[in-house]
Design a protein around this ligand. Structure first.
Ligand code: TXA
Ligand code: MG
Length: 319
């Protein structure tokens, strides 16, 4: 078993693996990442291989310190700098103009690079110890559920990873929010662990939705993503009980329900708690002997925007 606790010693060993071009799965506060040396194109290529990820889907470069930004990006807009100062370290990814040192395979040939500074001490410890930056997508097979525990990583990627650092369950549990600044306006490319309202309150401007329509280079814009094996069906309220179905409630249901086939995202309906449980509960439901998973829609504000984005994409698989 290659899952090891994220101790200082194991972080040092993992950093050695990264320096040699290997793959290390590591904890972040959002989801587990599958890390390789972002400045080594061959190492980065093995991420795509392990995940079975298409090369047109670019990776996020993870940094440990603010000064790392200038190793990979240039011409950072002042709005970008303010966002970094306010939200880093944390679940915010910012798309920036890239330097030539960043291999094309990392950015899928784009002129931009997505950069994020995670909070998790094991993640930043690994980056510092490796002396490079880490290209890291979520450590799942392409299109499947994102991992929020070391076991989730092992179950999906198994032996294609050289080491899995176990830092416990992810505290936020949903991927980072991705923004890009163009013509002095801020675009939301992927809703995530920081609520859009939080960014809007800080900047005093409304985030522009999505990406100008020219290219599907923005995250998760494929028809489905984040999907369990089982069929996901979104409903406003779960009312039915079928023998071969599982259930994911948003809040504590008023009437009795099949506890052996159900999970409640947050008894009180707290969106943060719901986000942190989302992938873990979907992973669990996916292991049951059922055909379908009924999922209740959540409120579409705050972290609910990111939760609904993942749920809609999960439910698209069979449409
Ligand atoms: O929370 C997270 O962001 C996690 C942890 C591991 O840090 N990472 C993550 O990576 O979610 P991934 O690869 O699953 O999703 C990254 C998304 C991709 O869908 C990709 O399309 C988008 O970021 N992306 C990367 N570079 C981009 C760029 N230059 N322009 C626009 N989108 C980009
Ligand atoms: Mg992903």
């Amino acid at each position: 078993m290659k899952i090891v606790k994220a101790t200082e010693d194991n972080i040092r060993i993992s950093a050695g693996i990264i320096k040699k071009g290997g793959l290390v799965a590591f904890p972040t506060e959002t989801v587990y990442g599958l890390g390789a040396d972002a400045l080594n194109p061959i190492a980065a290529a093995s991420i795509f291989e392990a995940k079975k990820r298409p090369f047109f889907d670019p990776l996020i470069v993870h940094i440990a310190d603010l000064s790392d930004v200038e190793r990979v990006a240039r011409n950072v807009a002042s709005k970008g700098l303010k966002l970094m100062e306010r939200f880093w370290p944390g679940p915010l990814t910012i798309v920036l103009e890239k330097l030539d040192i960043v291999p094309d395979i990392v950015t899928s040939g784009l002129a931009t690079v997505a950069v994020r500074m995670p909070v998790h001490p094991a993640a930043r410890g690994l980056i510092r110890e490796a002396g490079t930056l880490l290209a890291a997508p979520s450590a799942n097979r392409f299109g499947c559920l994102s991992p929020t525990t070391a076991e989730h990583v092992y179950n999906q990627l198994g032996d294609s990873v050289d080491m899995i650092l176990d830092g416990g369950p992810c505290s936020i549990g949903i991927e980072s929010t991705i923004v890009k600044i163009m013509n002095n306006r801020i675009y939301l490319l992927r809703p995530g662990g920081i609520a859009p309202e939080e960014i809007e309150d800080f900047t005093g401007e409304v985030l522009l939705a999505g990406y100008p329509k020219n290219k599907p280079e923005a995250p998760g814009q494929l028809p489905y993503h984040y999907s369990p094996e089982k069929q996901v069906i979104l409903v406003d309220k779960i009312t039915r009980t079928e023998e071969r179905s599982g259930y994911l409630f948003f809040k504590q249901p008023e009437s009795p329900y099949r506890e052996d086939k159900s999970r409640v995202l947050s008894a009180k309906g707290d969106l943060r708690e719901a986000a942190s449980n989302l992938f873990a509960y979907l992973h669990w439901l996916d292991t049951l002997d059922i055909d379908k998973i009924y999922v209740e829609r959540v409120e579409g504000s705050g972290l609910g925007v990111a939760i609904m984005d993942r749920l809609k994409k999960a439910s698209m698989k069979y449409i």
